[in-house]
Design a protein around this ligand. Sequence first.
Ligand code: HEM
Ligand code: HEM
Length: 178
Amino acid sequence: MALKSTQDRFGTVAITIHWLAAALIVALLISGFRVSGAADPAAKAAFLRFHAVMGIAILALTLGRIAWWWFADRKPLPVAGQPPLLRRAASAVHLVFYILIVGLAASGIGMMILSGAGPIVFGGASGALPDFWTVPPRIPHGIGVRVLIALLILHVAGALYHHFIRGDRLLARMGVGR
Ligand code: HEM
Ligand code: HEM
């Protein structure tokens, strides 16, 4: 399979990044809610260590992904027969994913810096974690997460609708099936 995308399917690089990013997002959503829901300070710090490392990883992957599309590859043409409004909605959702991921990573890093949690989470310093609600980036982080979940439901529902109801094998463009 070609590294770069063709007019009718994504290339190996885009497919690998897409599914790696999807796995990271799932890990981030689960670990993020474990952080905010944990009562035990040691468990909270451990979940946050994992969460922050995964968050930095998705930021790096997403910046790499943007660079890949910008400099090296072109997206396939839209699937045939798709109404223009739906096509624009799908592209808008894809763009907002990028903005949300970068914004969530930035607000996450902002929370770590402003709250002073870094040395407890990564430096082995003792003490309980601060209350993250006292730092401003906690609000956009919480809102961004909920918008991301809503868009993910739309995105996955759209992909499944195309593949199984319209029968246009959209998932195959993203490397699932032939
Ligand atoms: C979990 C996080 C996910 C994110 C952040 C995400 C994001 C994206 C983005 C940004 C694109 C546009 C291509 C690109 O820019 O590389 C895309 C395309 C696509 N995604 Fe996802 N996706 C996710 C999960 C999924 C899942 C679970 C499915 C399948 C059920 C899926 C199916 C697809 C398909 C089929 C395309 C290609 C659409 C086309 O041919 O135009 N995605 N996704
Ligand atoms: C795309 C990237 C990210 C996603 C999807 C994500 C997801 C989440 C989720 C689901 C929560 C729980 C929200 C709630 O209960 O309202 C959360 C909280 C949090 N996240 Fe993230 N996060 C990301 C990046 C980061 C990064 C990079 C860091 C730090 C470097 C970070 C630090 C935190 C902190 C400190 C909390 C607050 C926990 C609390 O209130 O106890 N996040 N995140």
